[in-house]
Design a protein around this ligand. Structure first.
Ligand code: HEM
Length: 386
């Protein structure tokens, strides 16, 4: 089975279906990975942290287990509140409009480069409180991180370069954060960095290293995933014009359509876990200490949970997809991703009438294997006057 050809990555779903039927737990000898395909097992692996550990690499919250995870999550939650996210709505609208103002008059754009990539990075910079003059540096760090994430598990020249850039960027970020945090402590602002530096639970605070780790995790967790939610939504709408027509006719359907995009073309196709003990699953034993891949993109197409799972249905109810994970690691940015996609897609649908693919080439998948979505999506549209 090759999970990694372009064709497969554009449409992995038929293979996922075969796997769920024939071998919902699959050992891949070349990589030594155990892949899990069915909804119940994927959800179990994501949720049961006593059996499946998240410890894997840097000290980022997503790669920690309790008790460290419990402490970090409580502290970060104090700063990254639902209210602070909701307050971003007008700014997200303004940023979306700014990007569309630049692109729309041309009657065409690359949705990835011109809209879906810059927007989430600008929103995170805004939320953190990165001053406008530092945004270019912030964008560069984002590139370094995304390129590094593409090369995990590889040892070729490109991977070495990406890793060296990542190693070089870390002290740079640390110094930058040190300066900005000390400014925030003397002059607090209404931003996430100020709140992270003052958050306190049971007399404990986040250290400089904790804030640096979270800053780095946000650069990765919050940008590329949201880029793919936006591009995959447009891809789904182009592929299913009847469903788009329903949303256009009844705009309050958009949030439910976004949930369906998350299920149907899940941006983050899988996560990692390490078994803490021997685990019995589907009649096989996964030994302790092995890496497993719970394939979220497959779980979200499991017919046992989602009737007519290969149908894109903007009114699907219930829709218990696990695109944001489940349990203690449930995505902290889910409210932001939902808000951002609702605002950005509302603006896009309003401004770009009759959008369609600009060419009939099959879209090229993004380089990172764990993400699902196009690396470019040229679209054309008729320009609607506002
Ligand atoms: C469509 C967009 C997004 C998707 C599909 C997504 C997906 C996920 C998933 C599947 C997890 C769980 C990982 C696990 O169980 O190991 C997760 C965790 C996380 N996400 Fe997101 N995410 C998105 C957007 C965001 C945004 C916008 C942010 C922040 C600005 C964010 C921050 C985080 C953080 C901090 C965690 C770790 C939580 C923890 O370990 O307790 N994500 N995300």
């Amino acid at each position: 089975m090759t999970l990694f050809s372009d064709d497969m990555r554009r449409n992995p779903f038929p293979v996922y279906e075969q796997m769920r039927k024939a071998s919902p737990l699959f050992y891949e000898p070349q990589t030594g990975l155990w892949m899990v395909f069915d909804y119940e097992s994927v959800k179990w692996a994501l949720t049961d942290h006593e059996t499946f550990s998240s410890r894997n690499g840097p000290d980022w919250i997503v790669f920690t287990d309790p008790p460290r995870h419990t402490k970090l999550r409580a502290l970060i939650s104090k700063a990254f509140t639902p209210k602070s996210v909701a307050n971003l709505e007008p700014r997200i609208r303004e940023l979306s409009r700014g990007l569309l103002d630049a692109a729309i008059p041309h009657g065409q754009m690359d949705l990835v480069a011109d809209f879906a990539t810059p927007l989430p990075i600008m929103v995170i910079a805004e939320m953190l409180g990165i001053p406008p003059e530092d945004r270019t540096t912030f964008r560069r760090w984002n590139d370094v991180f995304v390129r590094m994430s593409y090369t995990i598990g590889r040892r070729d020249e490109q991977a070495k370069r990406a890793h060296a850039d990542f190693v070089a960027a870390t002290p740079e970020m640390s110094e930058y954060l040190g300066e900005i945090l000390s400014r925030r402590r003397s002059q607090p602002q209404d931003d996430l960095l100020t709140r992270l530096s003052s958050a306190e639970v049971d007399g404990e605070r986040l250290t400089h290293a904790d804030i640096l780790n979270f800053f780095q995790a946000l650069l990765l967790a919050g940008s590329e995933t949201t880029t793919h939610l936006l591009t995959n939504a447009i891809l789904c709408f182009i592929e299913h014009p009847h469903e788009l027509a329903r949303v256009r006719q009844d705009p309050p359907l958009l949030p439910s359509a976004i949930e369906e995009v998350l299920r149907f073309r899940t941006p983050l196709q899988w996560m990692y876990r390490i078994t803490r003990r021997d685990v019995e699953l589907h009649g096989q034993t996964i030994p302790a200490g092995k890496m497993i891949l719970p394939i979220i993109g497959s779980a979200n197409r499991d017919e046992k949970i989602f009737p007519d799972a290969d149908r894109f249905d903007v009114t699907r109810t219930p829709n218990p997809h696990i695109a944001f994970g489940n349990g203690i690691h449930f995505c902290m940015g889910a409210p932001l991703a939902r808000l951002e996609s609702r605002v950005a897609l509302t603006e896009l649908l309003e401004r770009a009438k009759d959008f369609r693919l600009a060419n009939d080439q099959p879209w090229e998948p993004r380089e990172g294997l764990h993400v699902h979505g196009p690396s470019r999506l040229p679209i054309r549209f008729d320009v609607k006057s506002r």
